[in-house]
Design a protein around this ligand. Sequence first.
Ligand SMILES: CC(C)(COP(=O)(O)OP(=O)(O)OC[C@H]1O[C@@H](n2cnc3c(N)ncnc32)[C@H](O)[C@@H]1OP(=O)(O)O)[C@@H](O)C(=O)NCCC(=O)NCCS
Length: 136
Amino acid sequence: MDQAQTLDALELREGLEGLSPQLIRILYRRAPLRRPVSDPQRLWTMFENASLVVTAWKAGRLVGIARVLTDGVMYSYLCDLAVEPDVQGLGIGKRLMRHVQDRCEGTELVLRSTLGRFHKHEGLKAVEDAWVVDPR
Ligand SMILES: CC(C)(COP(=O)(O)OP(=O)(O)OC[C@H]1O[C@@H](n2cnc3c(N)ncnc32)[C@H](O)[C@@H]1OP(=O)(O)O)[C@@H](O)C(=O)NCCC(=O)NCCS
């Protein structure tokens, strides 16, 4: 399937419907995205407590996920973005990113990532005035 066919067949969903810790773990392991995949309860809590979960499905298969914390008016934080490796590079990540940007419109959308090239595509700019407290 080429890029246009993949994107035509892509279904974006919001919420937890159809998701499970097992499905998320498989996707994160394969993408790969380092998250607490060996602790299903913690992994699921990350999703239950998220403000916005966007999933991408191709022929009933979960192929991408974005997870956001937002107050809806001021700040949003894109916590995770991941796409299955066999369909990476076909525009699914961009599609998820654009959906998140639309849903978070009017807020400052923040994320942590070293994927400069990918994010520049989407009009993001790197900032130097961000500080992080590591969890204890
Ligand atoms: C980052 C990620 C979500 C992109 O999804 P995708 O569906 O492959 O991306 P798209 O097809 O929409 O966009 C492809 C563009 O992003 C760039 N890109 C994709 N993965 C990249 C990476 N790892 N590093 C840098 N650029 C990347 C591609 O080069 C391409 O740009 P081009 O058109 O100039 O060649 C996917 O590669 C992934 O799941 N990576 C592992 C998890 C991760 O690092 N997530 C981000 C941190 S939360």
